[in-house]
Design a protein around this ligand. Structure first.
Ligand code: FES
Length: 216
């Protein structure tokens, strides 16, 4: 049942989503918003819609633990940019990086495009399903900690297979390192980002083999 601060809103497909009744940016957000809006000439503020949606989604993460865009937040972005709300909804529902329903604390965005698939993304997906109990894409674990999403190439194929967790990349995954990663996330202690084999960038395992000396 919705509380005084929430409302049930019917979403596409007939499902219902609990929507908060209030949303507000904080002082840090206001400074970032002013900086982004100032990049565009008068009357073209709508061009700042993507960064403002990011800021709103991060505000939700920080205040509720779930990075998503309730209707009231999208309406606030529309108001700030003098846009019809429907145009903001169109942008938010078009891009995969925006969530229009609440998600878990850790958003597991697993790349299954060909290079990651050839390098073992099936193992990564299976381990995520086994660890979290999540069966379908877009679902959240019963404990509210994890949401799984299938994504297309995230541009880190050189260290495939990989997944993005919230805003960070974890690369060179296999079943064991995926389990290690998930255990650390469940403890609320995410490991250092990047290669799970501790490669330097995309250099060979064991370290760079070329350009190893730098001339003065
Ligand atoms: S195919 Fe997975 S990052 Fe490019």
């Amino acid at each position: 049942m919705a509380s005084d601060n929430t409302a049930m809103v019917e979403m596409a497909g007939g499902t219902e989503q609990i929507q908060p009744a209030h949303f507000a940016f904080d002082a840090t957000d206001e400074a970032a918003i002013a900086m982004h809006v100032a990049k565009y000439p008068a009357g073209r503020q709508a061009s700042a819609v993507l960064p403002l949606l990011y800021i709103a989604q991060e505000r939700m993460r920080q205040t509720t633990g779930s990075a998503w865009l309730p209707v009231v937040a999208m309406d606030e972005v529309a108001r700030r940019l003098d846009m019809p709300p429907i145009r903001v909804y169109e942008v938010a529902t078009f891009y995969l990086m925006f969530n229009t329903t609440a998600i878990g604390t850790w958003h597991l965005q697993i790349c299954t495009t060909t290079p990651c698939w050839l390098r073992g993304s099936d193992e990564v997906v299976s381990m995520c399903r086994a660890f979290t109990g999540i069966k379908g894409w877009g679902e959240t674990s019963a404990d509210g900690k994890f949401t799984m999403a299938e994504v297309e190439c995230l541009g880190a194929c050189v260290n495939a297979p990989m997944m993005q967790v919230n805003n960070d990349y974890y690369e060179d995954l296999d079943a064991a390192s995926t389990r290690e990663l998930l255990e650390a996330l469940a403890r609320g202690a995410p490991p250092p980002i990047g290669s799970m084999k501790h490669r330097q960038g995309s250099a060979p395992e064991g370290g760079p083999t070329t350009l190893t000396t730098i001339k003065a």
